[in-house]
Design a protein around this ligand. Structure first.
Ligand SMILES: Nc1nc2c(c(=O)[nH]1)N=C([C@H](O)[C@H](O)COP(=O)(O)OP(=O)(O)OP(=O)(O)O)CN2
Length: 230
């Protein structure tokens, strides 16, 4: 399959700032996006665990702080710029080299509109992670699958084709994904598989040239595949 993979991890922090003479407090979300046109052998852009230092930095420097005291520009773009620079300087080279973006938003997480996402519960374990990594053990997720219309931007999901929604719920809910699939079930590989599933079927409204499929394992992580299946 050709195309591109992206993964994202979200970090929340609570803070206040003064912009244009007005003090405002928010729940902030920082989203770190990594992108690559190839996966590592076991199927990762990079392990989400490689982003743990970002959480430590956010907790130490931004969480429950007056942002004007800690970053030169406390606007959303200024905070993103601070985190981009920090990530470039402190993450391992294999991770910083695939850093695509850092985005900041304020407010609570929104639920996707009805009909645009399917959740299913399933078990998996992952090969290719460091010894002792929690995700090497059998564990489960409430997976969420959707088709973000705008690619790497904050996703505006489109309605899921009913046959695809049915495949996800009747085919995968309650399953052990390692038994169902011949591949290591990372969210990158799952997104690629779902893109292929959609492209192989003649489904109205699905343009596989630009199709993006996003698979979210947890509230704070997602992986997606964008582009035409080979
Ligand atoms: N690139 C990928 N990395 C990881 C994947 C994956 O599919 N692609 N999957 C996992 C595990 O399945 C894990 O359960 C999810 O990642 P994790 O960072 O542990 O997610 P949490 O939201 O539970 O993170 P916390 O920071 O512990 O809250 C691992 N890596």
């Amino acid at each position: 399959m050709s195309g591109k993979w992206r993964i994202g991890k979200l970090f929340r922090f609570e803070a206040t700032r003064e912009l244009s003479g007005r003090r405002d407090g928010h729940s902030f979300t920082a989203e770190i996006v990594l992108a690559s046109e190839a996966l590592t052998g076991p199927g990762f852009v990079a392990d989400f665990g490689e982003l743990a230092p970002v959480k430590k930095h956010i907790d130490a420097v931004l969480d429950h702080r007056m942002l004007n005291d800690v970053v030169p520009d406390p606007s959303d773009e200024g905070i993103a710029e601070h985190l981009r620079g920090w990530a470039r300087d402190h993450l391992p080279a294999a991770v910083s080299s695939v850093l695509q973006d850092v985005r900041i938003r304020t407010g609570r997480t929104m639920s996707p509109p009805a009909g645009t996402a399917v959740d299913f519960g399933a078990t998996h374990w992952l090969e290719g992670l460091p010894p002792g990594h929690q995700c090497g053990h059998h564990h489960g997720h409430t997976y969420r699958v959707f088709l973000p219309a705008s690619g790497p931007e904050w996703p505006a999901p489109v309605n899921l084709p009913p046959s695809f929604a049915d495949y996800l719920t009747s085919g995968l809910d309650g399953q052990v994904l390692n038994d169902v699939f011949a591949f290591n079930p990372t969210c990158e590989h799952l997104a690629e598989h779902f893109a292929k599933w959609l492209a192989e079927r003649d489904i109205a409204g699905i343009d596989e040239e630009v199709l993006t499929v996003r698979v979210s394992e947890t509230e704070s992580t997602w992986g997606e595949h964008e582009g035409r299946p080979a």
